[in-house]
Write a protein that binds this ligand. Structure first.
Ligand code: WT7
Length: 633
C-alpha cells in the first residue's frame, strides 16, 4: 500500500489558475514569511478584524507558560462577533443555517431569527439560575437547537459542555459529573437511519448515576412520549413560550478574553474523562482566521461541514467560525446513505453547496457504493473540498477529487485537534497539494518533528509531531486538572506542545501525519482511549482484566479488538463475548462497540505491569511480535 510512509517521490497537484485567481491569499509563502517575522503581530492584526468591547493591553502573555494568555485585558464575547454585530448589517437578513432533517423536513434561520431564539433561550437559562461561569451540559441530536443552546450559554457567559449524541450512559454521566453541570439540555430523541435514538432515556439513566442536575430541558424532535419528572424536566418549546423568554431582549455578557467559553471532553491516556478548556477571546480569532484563509469562505458561499456540532470540528467550523464570518451553513441530521447512498450528493445539488468538509472515513464509506450515486447529481457548485480527522489514503483522496470535485476542487487536508481549537497544518487554496499531506503549518503556527531526545529528525524520517509556539485558539488547560495539562502536553520537551501524533517532513517542508503514538484509537475519525474501553469492560462483573487495541480497517480506519480475562467462575462463551460488546456500546456509545472480544488466560505485560498493546496488535495482525525482552508474562 502506498501511504504516508511511502518513500517514493509523491505526486503534486497544482491548483488551476482560476483557483489561485480567486484565492484570498495569493502568495501563501509570502504570508507565512511575514507572520514568521513577528507571529504575535500577525495574530494581533487578525484580532483587529473582529469586534471587542475593549481592546487588549497585551497580545500574548507567556510569563506563566504553559499557561499562556492571549489578548490580555480585552473584553469581548464570541456572540458579539457571531451574532450581535451582524444585526446592524445586511447579514441580518441572510441565512445562517439551512437544516435538513433525515425525514426531509427543512428549516432555515436568518441571522435575525437565530439571534432572537438565542436571546430567548438565554433568558430561559437565566431564569433557571444559570450564571456567568456555570456549566451547562448539552446532549442533543444534529438539530438547530444544538447551536442555539451553545450560543445561548455563551451569550450569558455560561460554559457549555456538549456531549456527542452518539455517546451513551456512562460517557454522559462522567461528563456531567466532572463538569459539575446543574442544567442539562437534551431531546426526546433523534433520528438515525430512520430509527429513533432514545436520548432522553439515556439521559435519565445517566442522571440516576449523577445527582447534581437540577433542571433538564427537553427539545421535542421525535414527538415520542418520554417520562418527564415534575419540577425537574421541562419542554424547550413550553419554556420559550413563557413571558420571561419572549422579546429579543437579553444583553450579551461582557467577558474577559480569557474567560472560558466551553469544555469539550476528549480521550486521552486514562479512563477518566478529560475536558479541554477553550476561551472567548483567542478562540474566535483562531477559528475565523483559519476558516477564511484555508477555505477562502466568501459571503456568497454555502458551506457544509458535515461533522457533528458535538465535536470540535462542529464547534469551530459549524458554529463559531462560519457565524463570525457571516456565512450560510448547511446542517444535515442523518446518515450519509439514508435512504440511499446519494443523500449527501442530493443535498449538495439541492442547496448549491460550494464547500464541503468531511472525514476520510465518510469518503471511504461512500466510495463503497460506487461512482454512479454521485454521477447522477449536478455537483458543479462545489469549489473546494476539505478533509479532517485522520490521514487520507491516496485512494480516498483521488476518489474525492475526481468523483466529487470533478478534478477542479483543491482538497484542503486540515490537521488539528480538539486541543488546538483551529486548523494548524493545512493548505491555503493557492498551494500545490500532495495527496495525503496536510502541507505546511499555517502562518503564525510553528511545528517540528523530533526524535526522542528532542532533536529535529532529518527530512523523510518519522518522529514526534510538536508545536513549538503558542497559538490563540489553544486549549487553556484541562478542566479541574492543571497538572495533567502540564504533564500530558508540555513535559516531553520543555516549551513544546506534544501532539501525540507521529509524522515526517519531506524535502519540500510538507508534513505527513502518520497517526497516534499514544493509547488513543481513531475509529471512523472518532477518538477513543484504550483505557476508556477497558474500564467499561472491567465494570462488567464477570471481567477481571481487559486490553483494547486498534486494528486497521478499510473504511473505519481502525476497529477495536478486546482481550478479556474472566474472573474465576465465569466461563467464556460466544454469548458472553456478544454481551460484552453490547455492554461497551451501552456504557460509552455505539462508536466504541468492539468488533471482537477474545477471551484469554493472560495478557502480555511489562515487569512494571503495563499491558504491551504493541504485542497484542502484532498478534491480531499476524505480524512478528518484535522485541519481547521486557515481557514478563
Ligand atoms: C487527532 C485529533 C480536529 C478535528 C477532528 C479530530 C488526527 C486530525 C488529521 C489530518 C491526519 C489527523 C490526529 C490528531 N487528525 N486531522 N488532517 N491528517 N491526522 O479531532 O478527535 O481531537 O483528534 O486526529 O491524530 O491528533 P480529535
Amino acid at each position: 500500500m502506498s501511504g504516508p510512509t511511502d518513500t517514493r517521490p509523491s505526486e503534486v497537484w497544482t491548483p488551476p489558475r482560476e483557483v489561485v485567481r480567486r484565492a484570498r491569499v495569493k502568495d501563501p509563502d509570502a504570508l507565512r514569511a511575514e507572520a514568521e517575522r513577528d507571529f504575535v503581530a500577525f495574530w494581533e492584526a487578525q484580532a483587529r478584524t473582529l469586534k471587542w468591547y475593549r481592546h487588549w493591553e497585551r497580545v500574548l502573555d507567556d510569563s506563566r507558560a504553559p499557561f499562556y494568555q492571549w489578548f490580555v485585558g480585552a473584553r469581548t464575547n464570541v456572540v458579539l462577533n457571531a451574532l450581535d454585530r451582524h444585526l446592524a448589517t445586511p447579514t441580518r437578513n441572510k441565512l445562517a443555517y439551512i437544516w435538513e432533517g433525515e425525514d426531509g423536513t427543512v428549516k432555515t434561520y436568518s441571522y435575525h431569527a437565530l439571534a432572537r431564539e438565542v436571546a430567548q433561550f438565554a433568558n430561559v437559562l437565566r431564569s433557571m439560575g444559570v450564571r456567568k461561569g456555570d456549566r451547562v451540559t448539552i446532549y442533543l441530536p444534529r438539530i438547530l437547537e444544538l447551536p442555539i443552546a451553545m450560543l445561548a450559554c455563551a451569550k450569558i457567559g455560561a460554559v457549555h459542555s456538549v456531549v456527542y449524541g452518539g455517546f451513551s450512559v456512562e460517557a454522559l454521566h462522567g461528563r456531567i459529573e466532572d463538569s459539575g453541570s446543574r442544567v442539562l439540555v437534551t431531546a426526546d430523541g433523534g433520528f438515525q437511519r430512520g430509527k429513533v435514538v432514545p436520548l432522553k432515556q439515556v439521559a435519565d439513566e445517566a442522571l440516576r448515576r449523577a445527582g447534581i442536575v437540577e433542571h433538564v430541558i427537553v427539545v421535542r424532535r421525535t414527538g415520542e412520549k418520554v417520562p418527564m419528572e415534575t419540577g425537574r424536566d421541562f419542554y424547550y418549546d413550553d419554556l420559550l413560550s413563557l413571558p420571561l423568554a419572549r422579546g429579543n431582549d437579553c444583553p450579551t455578557e461582557v467577558m474577559d478574553a480569557e474567560d472560558p467559553l466551553f469544555l469539550l471532553y476528549t480521550s486521552g491516556t486514562t479512563g477518566k474523562p478529560k475536558a479541554v478548556v477553550h476561551t472567548h477571546g483567542g478562540y474566535q480569532v483562531g477559528v475565523a482566521t483559519t476558516l477564511a484563509m484555508c477555505f477562502d469562505l466568501r459571503p456568497e458561499d454555502r458551506f457544509w461541514c458535515a461533522a457533528d456540532p458535538g465535536w470540535i470540528t462542529g464547534h469551530s467550523y459549524i458554529v463559531y467560525g462560519p457565524l463570525i464570518l457571516g456565512a450560510t451553513s448547511i446542517l444535515y441530521e442523518g446518515a450519509p446513505n439514508y435512504p440511499y447512498p446519494d443523500r449527501w450528493w442530493r443535498i449538495v445539488e439541492k442547496y448549491g453547496v460550494n464547500i464541503l468538509y468531511t472525514a476520510p472515513t465518510a469518503i471511504r464509506g461512500l466510495m463503497r457504493f460506487g461512482e454512479s450515486w454521485a454521477a447522477r447529481h449536478d455537483l458543479s457548485s462545489l469549489r473546494l473540498l476539505g478533509t479532517v480527522g485522520e490521514p487520507i489514503n491516496p485512494e480516498a483522496w483521488h476518489w474525492y477529487h475526481r468523483v466529487i470535485g470533478r478534478g477542479r476542487c483543491p482538497i484542503v487536508d486540515t490537521w488539528w485537534q480538539t486541543e488546538t481549537g483551529m486548523f494548524m497544518i493545512a493548505p491555503m487554496p493557492a498551494m500545490p497539494l500532495k495527496p495525503g499531506s496536510a502541507t505546511k503549518p499555517l502562518p503564525g503556527v510553528a511545528a517540528e518533528v523530533l526524535d526522542e531526545h528532542g532533536h529535529p529528525v532529518p527530512p523523510g524520517e518519522e518522529g514526534r509531531l510538536v508545536l513549538t509556539r503558542p497559538w490563540p485558539a489553544m486549549l487553556r488547560g484541562i478542566w479541574n486538572d492543571p497538572e495533567r495539562y502540564v504533564r500530558q502536553y508540555w513535559s516531553a520537551y520543555p516549551g513544546k506542545y506534544l501532539t501525540g501524533d507521529s509524522a515526517r517532513v519531506d524535502e519540500d517542508g510538507y508534513f505527513w501525519v502518520i497517526g497516534r503514538m499514544d493509547e488513543v484509537i481513531k475509529v471512523s475519525g472518532y477518538r477513543l482511549g484504550t483505557a476508556e474501553i477497558e474500564s467499561a469492560l472491567v465494570s462488567y462483573p464477570a471481567v477481571s482484566e481487559a486490553a483494547a487495541i486498534g486494528v486497521p480497517h478499510d473504511v473505519r480506519g481502525n476497529t477495536i479488538y478486546c482481550y478479556v480475562i474472566l474472573r474465576a467462575g465465569a466461563s467464556p462463551s460466544p454469548a458472553l463475548a456478544e454481551e460484552l460488546r453490547e455492554h461497551v456500546a451501552r456504557e460509552i456509545g455505539p462508536i466504541a462497540r468492539p468488533d471482537k472480544v477474545e477471551f484469554v488466560e493472560s495478557l502480555p505485560k511489562t515487569r512494571s505491569g503495563k499491558i504491551m498493546r504493541r504485542v497484542l496488535a502484532a498478534r491480531a495482525r499476524g505480524l512478528p511480535e518484535g522485541d519481547l525482552s521486557t515481557l514478563e508474562e
